[in-house]
Design a binder for this molecule. Sequence first.
Ligand code: FES
Length: 156
Amino acid sequence: MSENKLTAELISFINEWKNKQGNLIMVLHKVQEHFGYIPREIAFEVADLLDVPVAKIYGVVTFYHLFKLTKPGRNQISVCMGTACYLKGGEDIILDLERQLGVGLNAVTPDGEFSMEAVRCIGCCGLAPVMTVNGEVFGSVKTAQLKTILAKFRGK
Ligand code: FES
């Protein structure tokens, strides 16, 4: 049986938004905030409650890149690949992290600890190259620091 269930809070949020414009995006944001992604079984429940076809939900989820369909790692690493960060070595950071984590972009480490994605400019180009872990920003990152950064989050 699935561990993913709509909570009472999510159900009341969905009911509150049911007849409002833009409800699908609002509900999907809330679902992702809760689960870290959009679990398949929840997409079906949301479709029922909002009375929309599941295909419409998947259309929205795949159109907007901010929605995830797979469960991310417990710690989510985002490496900026905007122009400034790219020019200052963003790609080296990704390559080194891939080597240290043993998985590529958009994959989860076998222990579920980390997942990594490349993102567009996050608005602090002066600190390039930039990466975030669970939203915490690390600027002027050197590959030599990556081990320490990972250790800060691993197993915590
Ligand atoms: S390009 Fe990386 S923060 Fe702007």
